[in-house]
Design a protein around this ligand. Structure first.
Ligand SMILES: NC(=O)N[C@@H](CC(=O)O)C(=O)O
Ligand SMILES: [Zn+2]
Ligand SMILES: [Zn+2]
Length: 430
């Protein structure tokens, strides 16, 4: 199959401008990118997509998502989750192992890969657990999990509490060239709290989650990463202290990389409207305005390598249990690009190229993926985005089973309208 995408806006890193171009894909590969100014190409025998006035980008990559299958299909499954991803412009996603059963055996990794191949519409990279059942007591069989196709090891959802366990995991992962991806949270500093230790918690008389609960693990783990030589990747960085530690670790050559979520870039605890709506409850929690500033600066200076959604769907019934009892997490696929584009690019804080890089080339570089480039010879994983029209976030229209977002009603620009994976259009609104 071959496709000409005509007259789209393509970011040119060397000029720092968008330029009008035509992009051709053949047999799943990008085979031409030509200037529209040089005239219309011969499209005979090709499908044609008219991208006039729209942005053409490499497909977005999200290295931290929850697809909930197996076990929690009432929250999301691989079919609905990958559809939601495609609507958000994602062509590759890496899913977390806090499923039921936990993704801690080769069979479960294979189950996810098989389901993704038959029912999924974007590329799915499954992570496997570091410890059996994510209980922190016993390492999983790393060699067998790697062999089955695991993309890395993580106990996301919980922190690995035991330092020796984490060190053993890192040494083993390093010996097989695999990354360790860490949810950083010291349980002894959290105990039952859900909001960060800040103005919101103070105002409502709540026990708060201190920043150190995250940063203590980051500090411990960069030392262990230095000692073991592993590629250590920090999940959903949310505090000033973690940013500082990662920056220092990078300066001394520790192989550490990190990610940040849209909500931690855009919202602080002071934005939480009250105790009614559990769509403001996620882990890590929304931190102080000062932390928001620090993670923005961390992303800008490269301390934080990429933007991820931590797409974490839960059912409406679960989220209606009240803030104390509702599970942590919010969905993210279908709002992240419009949020970042509207709040950081249209406001002049970032170039479009910077945003695209943090959602495509950077995650690809960090995790060694072939995609992430809009370039001749690269896989034809492509996203087309309507950057001109304003639309309101309407959670009830999401392809995800989850509608748990604090961004409902926000008016945004930058809506993905077509997603192509290996040259095949998997979703289109064009
Ligand atoms: N981020 C969240 O608030 N929740 C995630 C777990 C996690 O990413 O730690 C989930 O699985 O629901
Ligand atoms: Zn986590
Ligand atoms: Zn997560």
């Amino acid at each position: 199959m071959s496709v000409w995408i005509l007259n789209g806006q393509v970011w040119n890193g060397s000029t720092g401008q968008v330029e009008e171009k035509h992009v051709r894909t053949e047999n799943g590969v990008i085979t031409a990118i030509v200037n529209a100014a040089d005239g219309a190409p011969d499209t005979a025998g090709h499908d044609v997509v008219d991208a006039k006035g729209k942005l053409i980008s490499a497909g977005f990559i999200d290295m931290h998502v929850h697809l909930r299958e197996p076990g929690f299909e009432y929250k999301e499954d691989i079919a609905s989750g990958t559809r939601s991803a495609a609507r958000g412009g994602f062509t590759t996603i890496a899913c977390m192992p806090n499923t039921r059963p936990v993704t801690d055996t080769p069979e479960t990794v294979k189950y996810i890969l098989d389901k993704a191949a038959t029912e999924g519409i974007v590329k799915v990279l499954p992570y496997a657990a570091i410890t059996k059942n994510e209980l922190g007591r016993e390492l999983t069989d790393f060699a067998a999990l790697k062999e089955a196709g695991a993309a890395g090891f993580t106990d996301d959802g919980v922190g690995v509490q035991n330092a020796q366990m984490m060190k053993n995991a890192m040494a083993l992962a390093a010996s097989m060239g695999m990354p360790v991806i860490a949810h950083c949270e010291d349980d002894t500093l959290v105990e039952g709290a859900w909001a960060s230790e800040g103005n919101f918690a103070r105002k409502h008389g709540l026990k708060g989650i201190p920043n150190e609960s995250e940063a203590i693990h980051v500090g411990r783990d960069v030392l262990l990463a230095e000692a073991t030589g592993v590629h250590y990747h920090v999940c959903h960085v949310s505090t000033e202290q973690s940013v500082r530690l990662i920056r220092l670790a990078k300066q001394i050559g520790v192989k550490v990389t990190a990610e940040v979520c849209p909500h931690h870039l855009l919202l602080s605890d002071e934005d939480i409207p009250g105790l009614e709506d559990a769509n403001w409850k996620m882990n890590p929690p929304l931190r102080s305005p000062r932390d928001v500033q620090a993670v923005i600066e961390g992303l800008e200076d490269g301390t934080l390598d990429m933007i991820v959604t931590d797409h974490a769907p839960h059912s409406a019934e679960e989220k209606a249990r009240g803030v104390q009892l509702a599970p942590f997490g919010i969905v993210g696929f279908e709002t992240v690009f419009p949020l970042m584009y509207t709040k950081f690019v249209l406001t002049g804080k970032w170039t479009l190229g910077f945003l695209l890089q943090r959602m495509t080339a950077d995650p690809a570089r960090v995790f060694g993926l072939a995609s992430g480039q809009l370039a001749v010879g690269a896989p034809a994983d492509i996203t087309i985005v309507d950057i001109k029209s304003e639309r309101e976030v309407e959670p009830e229209t999401f392809a995800s089973k989850g509608t748990n977002t604090p961004f409902g009603g926000w008016k945004l620009y930058g809506w993905p309208v077509l997603t192509m994976v290996d040259g095949a259009v998997v979703w289109s609104e064009l």
